[in-house]
Design a protein around this ligand. Structure first.
Ligand code: GAL
Length: 217
């Protein structure tokens, strides 16, 4: 499975380009890159609404140089870059913590996939929040049509559970990776609990598609 670093559990919405560059530097200098940790994944709160033509806007106070420049910085280190969106109209941080710039991709899947491809994005975390499951296949097709290989990591659960064999969508045919449980945290009970859940789903992963017990703690 893909390995790397994700911004959410440590920094939440408090992210900016200096921080993300520092994390990329650290993944290299710590030696994690040489053992396969290659993705630098920017979670919720990088976006800031849409322009009048519907194009997704990067939050320019957090990322003044733009997302393409950050992607180049990360690529030049031999790493890859990920972003976050949702199949609804509002991201989880918008819904639950009032980050009003957090717009989702519903109805804008093709446009957003084209923006990601143009910026050089390598990975998308697509998070259900309160949206419908049907949107996951729409973004899969939009990413494919973008012409850039973009790893597709989805969170189809909302606490109620959507895991292979028990979900109305065919996860291995829709995504490269799917979350199997609720948000991880830096406690033994959380980590071992997700390992236990993963054991029961061991028959579902295969080449190019994996169970996701969530980010590294
Ligand atoms: C949650 C998700 C977290 C994080 C957060 C961002 O739904 O499980 O991993 O992405 O949204 O708002």
């Amino acid at each position: 499975p893909p390995m790397g670093w994700n911004s959410w559990n440590t920094f939440g919405c408090k992210i900016d380009e200096a921080l993300i560059k520092q994390m990329a530097d650290t993944v290299v200098s710590s030696g994690m890159a040489t053992v396969g940790y290659e993705y630098i994944d920017i979670d919720d709160c990088w976006m800031d609404g849409r322009d009048s033509s519907g194009k997704i806007q990067v939050n320019s106070s957090k990322f003044p140089s733009g997302m393409a420049a950050l992607a180049t910085y990360i690529h030049d280190k031999g790493l890859k870059i990920g972003l976050y969106s949702t199949p609804g109209t509002r991201t989880c941080a918008n819904i639950y913590s009032g980050y009003t710039g957090g717009v989702g991709s519903l109805g804008y899947e093709t446009s957003d996939a084209q923006s990601y491809a143009a910026w050089g994005i390598d990975y998308l975390k697509y998070d259900k929040c309160t949206a419908n499951l049907s949107g996951f296949a729409v973004m899969r097709d939009a990413l494919r049509a973008s012409g850039r290989p973009i790893f597709y990591s989805i969170n189809p659960g909302d606490g109620s559970g959507c895991v292979p064999g028990q979900c109305s969508i065919d996860l291995p045919n829709i995504a490269n990776m799917w979350r199997i449980g609720f948000d991880i945290n830096a406690s033994w009970s959380s980590i071992v609990g997700l390992i236990d859940q993963n054991v029961n789903l061991a028959s579902y992963p295969g080449p190019g598609h994996w169970n996701d017990p969530a980010m590294v703690e």
